[in-house]
Write a protein that binds this ligand. Structure first.
Ligand SMILES: *[C@@H]1O[C@H](CO)[C@@H](O)[C@H](O)[C@H]1NC(C)=O
Length: 189
């Protein structure tokens, strides 16, 4: 009789530890990721009205190797800056990091603003940003709704921009884990 109760007791203990192990591992399962695809445009004005970048380190090299600027480019929802709405800005820096040049290394926070439904959230991005043609930059992280973001920004420079300006088409694809306490306002994008 005594050994029978002992057997039942040990079975209960084993069951209990299996159940608590299972619930412990369940509570560690990651929240599902969300995916976002945004089709936007980047508007860079190096000189003239609305200038949104400034050189902070000059270079004596013919290739401008080392030239460094602070950037606050506008991210707009259409290719024509005159009619498009600003939805974000890229706050960061641009460094000419190619000895032979040009090879513009960029890193920035793309901070969404009040005209975006992602107002206040950001993508943290870096990569080589050619002045013309196509390329890619990596999304290394994010804040707000875009917490734990990772993804890619594919860009394609539009031909014949106004003097001292570039306009790039951006195809942004990212995965992120939206925190439960995040609220997003706004209307556009
Ligand atoms: C955008 O976010 C800022 C900062 O959190 C907030 O003050 C503002 O009210 C927001 N605007 C809209 C339209 O949601």
């Amino acid at each position: 009789m005594a050994s029978h109760s002992l057997l039942v007791l040990s079975m209960i203990l084993v069951l209990h530890s299996i159940i608590s192990m299972a619930s412990a591992s369940l509570s560690c399962v990651l929240q599902c990721e969300s995916e976002v695809n945004l089709h936007l445009y980047l508007h860079q004005i190096a000189s003239g009205p609305g200038t949104n970048q400034v050189v902070i380190v000059t270079s004596s090299k013919a290739s401008d190797f080392g030239l460094t600027s602070v950037t606050d480019w506008a991210v707009i929802d259409g290719p024509n800056p005159a009619t498009a709405t600003i939805v974000a800005r890229t706050k960061g820096m641009q460094v000419q990091a190619d000895v032979a040049g040009p090879g513009w290394f960029n890193y920035f926070s793309m901070v969404f603003e009040k005209n975006s439904r992602y107002n206040g959230s950001s993508f943290e991005a870096m990569g080589i940003n050619f002045q013309t043609g196509q390329g890619q930059m990596a999304i290394m992280g994010g804040t707000g709704e875009f917490a734990m973001a990772r993804g890619i920004i594919k860009y394609n420079a539009l031909p014949n921009p106004p003097t001292f300006q570039t306009i790039k088409e951006l195809n942004i694809r990212a995965f992120y884990v939206k925190p439960a306490d995040t609220t997003s306002g706004g209307a556009i994008q």
